[in-house]
Design a binder for this molecule. Structure first.
Ligand code: FES
Length: 175
């Protein structure tokens, strides 16, 4: 037989546990996904117009996305970047998009000082402008991203931004 004090104690315990779960679940979710990648992956994002890209010259573009956690909607902010390389007339795709995240350990890949190749400053992984590896530091080529061009006379270049698992030999999406 429950007395009033026991009922009160059990109610308080249940309420306390419910509150702890309400706080812990979003907190754990945030810790597991620190960038709050809601909205940062999987969607096509407009980067530029085709006329803004020069054939064979890589240009870096920041990927801007909104994110939100359980309580806060943050203003749009950079969540990554991509390299766009316009290909020669008639090539398919017309624009090559490469994730700027190094497949080795996810550092941002830059242009090498001679601007003829890509170089990752963290452990010196080196890549050609088509993304293929030039040394053995990275387990795979730079990750290509899907590109979509609009039908306009100066097409809008949109890229499907995704993240991929570092250190894997095969490209595997984290979205
Ligand atoms: S993270 Fe790029 S070489 Fe290691």
């Amino acid at each position: 037989m429950f007395n009033r004090r026991a009922v009160f104690r059990w109610s308080a315990l249940a309420l306390g546990n419910a509150f702890a779960l309400a706080v812990a679940i979003p907190g754990a979710k945030y810790l597991l996904d620190p960038l709050g990648k809601k909205g940062s992956g999987g969607a096509f994002r407009s980067m530029t117009r085709l006329s803004q890209l020069k054939v064979g010259e890589p240009q870096a573009f920041a990927v801007i996305a909104k994110r939100q956690d359980a309580w806060v909607r943050y203003p749009p902010e950079p969540v990554g970047s991509v390299w766009l390389i316009r290909q020669a007339e008639g090539a398919s795709p017309a624009v090559l998009a490469l994730s700027a995240e190094c497949p080795h350990l996810s550092c941002p890949v830059n242009l090498a000082p001679d601007r003829q190749t890509f170089l990752c400053p963290c452990h010196q992984a080196s890549f050609r402008f088509d993304g293929q590896t030039l040394n053995t530091v990275s387990p795979r080529a730079m990750d290509t991203l899907e590109v979509r061009l609009s039908d306009e006379s100066d097409p809008e270049v949109a890229v499907k931004f995704e993240r991929f698992q570092p250190q894997a030999r095969e490209k595997k999406s984290l979205v």
